[in-house]
Design a protein. Structure first.
Lengths: 323, 387
């Protein structure tokens, strides 16, 4: 079941994986891919698919960059007058212990930070005006908590301009995170499939045992489901129904975690060591699930929303069936 | 009423699925009587068959049900996307299920692709118009998941073949005129290579249909016995000894594209449950999970539809859609049960009875059309290439 679009998507992902893997002589693979240029063309379907394919590749290759914040800041570029790549969005999250935390992903040296306060507008803050504290989680994910002095935040983008930009930035950010979760889940699954084909017990590869085969087949099904949903969301973009980004992100967190758990079960104890890469894929999935709404929060909220409003949650057939 | 025979509307409907879909929507918005009757919950399966057949006749007469099928066999042209749009619209407007016309989307694509074209041109319009129904004779008492061990035999005789054997779990046989029977024309040892698919008229001498009452109160399944039932050579679908290919083509539809046709009715169930009283917030996470699962079915089966419309074979990837569809159907019904205990202990008026039927049926969707374990085996072997 392949279509022309899916073939093109696969090529984008493969090209991005190659670029992230290739030695760059100190250069930025995103520059080599021309990735930042794609940000001004997101209304074009192919450019959008190519831009978002980077995230799936990042998940698979355990690559880190500031692309997520760059993508989420894209809708603010016109209002701030900054060029793509020079503004990186922070992501707000809630810690049960320490209250609101601002997080950035990747190396943000030299970029300005976008600090968005729903209801109050958004501010652009130079990176030397904040303190960045590395968050020590596995996943080969450079992640920082942003500490900001109490007086620095002053809205530079008015709320009425920030509001639609914020919605768009979150939509793009959730799609990007879903794709990175997909890539990381695929990475974990590939390790487990390879292990099942070579690791022998009772005189045969463990992948010959039905209990193991079914774990892996379920994991692949969860990946295919997420791939299908992200493909449609990227293709439909603004033609998706309300809160579709939340459906995509919630599915990603749920399926991504399930894939990593099944892969871990197949890998056995070796998969639960720091010398094995599984924990990097797993931790990356957990970290991304925790930003812009966990799957648990979003799933519950989506249920409540549908129950209260009866809004049609399905991607419109007229658009899906028209091409 | 639109004039479906005028060249202009026909051409644009055939060429443009959204134009066609909008016209179907407009027609449904006028609440045609046959549609209203079929949209009402009816506990009796026989009555449901009757009202759905009436709706099919009207859809056929109006022309809607003829799009998506080739003109040479009684259709009005177009492709599977037309059918996808029509059933989506019917579900959105309140039809609760396809009832036994599910087999249109499971069997008819294979009949059209592989059947004798004169025979298909004769039977397809009667299938589309609800006049005649089809059933699928695959499983046997000793051949379930291991379909290649089927023992029903077709022996060459003067004027065709004589079929003898027993089929079971044959959906809709007691309401059907035709059964697509997988029978052995080779030796038992020939396994999948010795099977041939026959279109058998269930009105023939030697056919006996016994309804099986299911645990959910419907009787859509049956056991069918064939005792030297004569069929002509033009009733072979596909090639002689090519029955396995026919069966795989059918199962690919049952598992792949069919996800689209069925999932529209699962969204329908969600809306229906909302409309009946006020579901408890305690089920919100179950409901949210159902929304995620249905989004996955919609996106993946849509990819299957597009591939099919582009002429690609469905292949083992259909197993993914089958697994997702079953998960989606169970997730929807998990929420329905959690928020409507009347299903378990309430007075069974038609409305509650149908929901109870649907809930109980959702517990067995991991069995029909190839069990969940067979789908997982297919993925492990043919896609993951495990040893």
């Amino acid at each position: 079941m392949t279509s022309v679009t899916e073939q093109a998507d696969r090529e984008f992902v493969d090209a991005a994986c190659l670029a992230l893997r290739a030695p760059t002589d100190g250069g930025d693979p995103l520059d080599a891919l021309g990735w930042w240029d794609l940000l001004s063309e997101l209304s074009d379907r192919d450019a959008r698919a190519a831009a978002l394919a980077l995230f799936r590749a990042q998940g698979r290759e355990l690559f880190g960059s500031a692309a997520l914040g760059g993508l989420m800041a894209q809708p603010f570029l016109v209002a701030t007058g900054l060029p793509p790549g020079s503004l990186v969005a922070t992501v707000s999250r809630w810690s049960p212990r320490r209250g609101e935390r601002l997080v950035v992903v990747g190396d943000v040296a030299g970029a300005a930070l976008l600090i968005d306060r729903p209801g109050h507008g958004a501010a652009v803050v130079a990176s030397d005006q904040v303190e960045l504290h590395p968050v020590a989680v596995a996943g080969r994910l450079a992640m920082y908590e942003v500490e900001l002095g109490p007086c620095i935040w002053t809205a530079t983008v008015a709320e009425r301009t920030a509001e639609p930009a914020r919605a768009r930035g979150r939509f793009l950010g959730r799609l990007a995170m879903a794709l990175e979760i997909l890539g990381a889940a695929e990475g974990a699954l590939a390790l487990a499939v390879a292990h099942a084909a070579t690791r022998e017990q009772f005189g045969q590869p463990i992948g010959a045992f039905q209990a193991v085969r079914h774990l892996l087949a379920w994991a692949r099904t969860d990946c295919v489901a997420l791939e299908a949903v992200t493909t449609v969301a990227v293709r439909l973009d603004e033609a998706t129904p309300p809160r579709h980004d939340e459906i995509v992100k919630a599915l990603a967190g749920r399926n991504g975690r399930r894939v990593c758990e099944r892969a871990l079960q197949v890998l056995g104890a070796i998969g639960f060591t720091t010398e094995h890469d599984h924990h990097h894929f797993h931790s990356r999935v957990l970290a991304l699930d925790a930003l812009l709404g966990t799957s648990a929060e979003l799933t519950h909220a989506l249920g409540a929303w549908f129950r209260e409003t009866g809004t049609d949650p399905a991607a419109p057939a007229a658009v899906l069936l028209s091409e | 009423m639109l004039d479906m025979t005028s060249g202009n509307s026909r051409g644009s409907f055939r060429a443009e699925v959204p134009t066609y879909a909008a016209a179907v929507e407009a027609w449904l918005a006028s609440r045609p009587a046959a549609f209203v009757a079929a949209a009402r919950p009816v506990a009796s399966y026989a009555e449901r068959v009757a009202v759905t057949s009436d709706l099919m006749r009207v859809l056929f007469d109006e022309g809607w049900a003829r799009y998506g099928w080739p003109e040479a066999v009684g259709g009005l042209g177009g492709d599977i996307l037309h059918r996808a749009a029509m059933w989506e619209a019917l579900a959105r407007h309140g039809l609760p299920a396809m009832a036994l016309f599910e087999h249109l989307e499971i069997l008819a694509p294979t009949l059209v692709a592989m059947g004798d074209q004169d025979f298909v041109a004769g039977v397809l319009p009667r299938f589309l118009s609800g006049e005649e129904r089809w059933s699928q004779g695959f499983s046997e008492p000793d051949a379930g998941s291991d379909l290649a061990s089927a023992r029903t035999r077709a022996v060459a005789v003067d004027g065709g073949y004589a079929i003898t054997g027993r089929k079971i779990w044959t959906s809709w046989a007691r309401y059907a005129t035709w059964c697509l029977v997988l029978a052995r024309t080779g030796t038992t040892q020939s396994r999948h290579r010795g099977l041939t698919a026959f279109a058998v008229d269930l009105r023939s001498p030697g056919v006996e249909v016994r309804a099986i009452e299911q645990a959910n109160g419907t009787d859509e399944l049956a056991e069918v016995t064939f005792d030297e039932v004569l069929v002509g050579p033009d009733r072979i679908v596909g090639e002689r000894s090519g029955g396995w290919r026919v069966a795989m083509h059918i199962l690919a539809h049952e598992r792949g594209t069919f996800g689209w046709f069925r999932h529209g009715f699962l969204y329908r169930q969600l809306f229906d449950n909302l409309a009946q009283g006020s579901p408890s917030p305690a089920g919100d996470t179950l409901l949210g999970n159902a929304l995620l699962d249905l989004a996955a079915v919609r996106a993946s089966s849509h990819a299957g539809l597009r591939a099919h419309a582009a002429g690609a074979a469905l292949g083992p990837q259909a197993a993914f859609v089958k697994l997702m569809l079953a998960a989606g159907e169970q997730a929807v019904n998990d929420w329905v049960l959690a928020t409507d205990p009347d299903l378990a202990v309430g007075m069974q008026d038609d409305y509650v009875a149908v929901r109870r039927q649907d809930y109980l049926f959702s517990r067995i969707v991991t069995v029909y059309g190839g069990s969940q374990q067979m789908q997982l085996d297919t993925i492990a072997k043919q896609i993951l290439r495990l040893p």
